[in-house]
Design a protein around this ligand. Structure first.
Ligand code: OAD
Length: 240
């Protein structure tokens, strides 16, 4: 903890990478869980989160996304999200890169944010690729655009490339960072996870906050525990 506070105290350029774990204390499930009850142990991603699955059964895919949208809309940001929104104003250069699609960082006030995997609030027209904000849950699925074409979730599915420029922005920010802070991610999914070995190779210090170690934890300042507790503790130590 002390080492992490020292780095954070002297840093001017801070980059965050967050994953599903930061929203766990808001009541949203992670994907991979040591206890075996993560989302991907209950649902098959190949049937729900690929372009092929959507082509085969858009109604099934949309029912699942509608359910996830409702859960995310009902959830509230927790103390961890709130600290990261404060850091944005505290540090002269700051970027929050998230793999999360739940919108909780934005609802906590984060604005300097790159959503690598999309956003549950947004939908995309299959015909025009136009991205629309839809806050309501759909009464009938699949939903349609006013142009008559079907809408899809604006989410990066398995087998799809990330949105243009997002990963480049993330890596460029790491390249120029004094510190990378990684919160609540198993670092199992690439290219998002590549930010961590990139930082380690460039000898940029990495703080990792997670109840469980990742493949990279031997090379990070590992803070074991829940982000809803550790981030406020860090923030308190920084202001003392
Ligand atoms: P994972 O579900 O793979 O990992 C969640 C991590 O959060 C694990 O390492 C947990 O130990 C940790 N964790 C659990 N509770 C926590 C808490 N209270 N505080 C902090 N950490 C906690 O989620 P991601 O790494 O985000 O992609 O998964 C990456 C991508 O895989 C997701 O964006 C999603 C999924 O397939 C898409 O949907 C495209």
């Amino acid at each position: 903890m002390e080492e992490a506070v020292q780095y954070l105290r002297s840093a001017r350029r801070v980059v965050l990478l967050t994953g599903a774990g930061i929203s766990k204390e808001s009541g949203l499930d992670t994907f991979r869980d040591s206890e075996g009850d993560g989302i991907w142990s209950r649902y098959n991603p190949m049937e729900l989160a690929t372009p092929q699955a959507f082509n085969k059964d858009p109604e099934l895919v949309w029912k699942w996304y509608n359910w996830r949208r409702e859960k995310a809309f009902k959830a509230m940001p927790n103390a961890g999200h709130e600290v990261l929104a404060e850091w944005e104003n505290q540090y002269p250069e700051f970027l929050l890169v998230t793999q999360n699609v739940d919108g909780l960082h934005q609802r906590a006030g984060s604005r300097k944010i790159v959503c690598l995997h999309g956003n549950l609030l947004e939908v995309r027209c299959l015909e025009t690729d136009r991205v629309l904000n839809r806050l309501d849950s759909f009464k009938t699925v699949p939903p349609f655009c006013h142009c008559g074409s079907m809408l899809r979730p604006h989410i990066v599915w398995f087998g799809e490339a990330l949105y243009p420029g997002t990963m480049e922005t993330a890596i460029n920010a790491v390249k120029n960072a004094d510190i990378l802070v990684v919160v609540g991610t198993s670092l199992a999914v690439y290219p998002a996870a590549s930010m961590v070995p990139y930082a380690i190779n460039e000898e940029i210090p990495v703080i990792e906050i997670n109840p469980e170690k990742s493949d990279f934890s031997n090379h990070t300042i590992f803070l074991k525990g829940e982000s809803g507790t550790i981030l406020p503790n860090l923030q308190k130590a920084l202001s003392d």
